[in-house]
Design a protein around this ligand. Structure first.
Ligand SMILES: [Zn+2]
Length: 71
């Protein structure tokens, strides 16, 4: 009987640690999800994430079209 309680307690502890671990993982993810560099289209002034922008020299554009409009 005492053994069974020990097993149950071990599982409860393992489950608790797992939950705590998962929670710490999701908390760590939050800062990564946050600010990506925002850049401004040099043609229309639209703000967009750097990864979605077209770059020409030191200028950023929101679309291929605006990049071409600026030469
Ligand atoms: Zn634009």
């Amino acid at each position: 009987m005492g053994k069974l309680i020990l097993i149950v307690l071990t599982f409860a502890l393992a489950w608790w640690l797992l939950r705590k671990y998962q929670r710490s993982l999701t908390r760590d993810e939050a800062p990564h999800a946050v600010p990506e560099d925002m850049v401004r289209c040099d043609h229309c002034g639209l703000h967009l994430p750097r990864s979605e922008s077209r770059v020409s020299g030191d200028k950023f554009f929101c679309s291929e079209e605006h990049l071409h409009l600026h030469g």
